[in-house]
Design a protein around this ligand. Sequence first.
Ligand code: ZN
Length: 133
Amino acid sequence: MRKIEHIGIAVKDLAAANDNYAKLFNAEPYKQERVESEGVNTSFFMIGDSKIELLEASNENSAIAKYIEKRGEGIHHIAYDVEDIVAERNRLIAEGFQAIGDIKHGADHKLVCFFHPKSANGVLVELCQERSE
Ligand code: ZN
């Protein structure tokens, strides 16, 4: 893993959260994107080299809807930038980390995969690799 790529925050209302975070950062989101496969609407803010992703459920079966129902709004995951997502995913599985699903296309032009919070002391882990195409 090379660095933290972004931190994901689960929000109830993306438009309201965008306004709030725009005030916090004194900057607008540089990107908003719906990820159909994950049932989320996302927006991204850049602060220096760091990114914050806000995630809102786009349907009631979304993992974000379930997360907010259970735990309320808050930090949902930490995403790590990797050079080779296949190799890194296999390495973590071999180390006993519990993968959630397969590698897929995520937001912000990335290949992504996830590891269960139980595997990482209560924090959902996302790996992401920049897509080359
Ligand atoms: Zn993310």
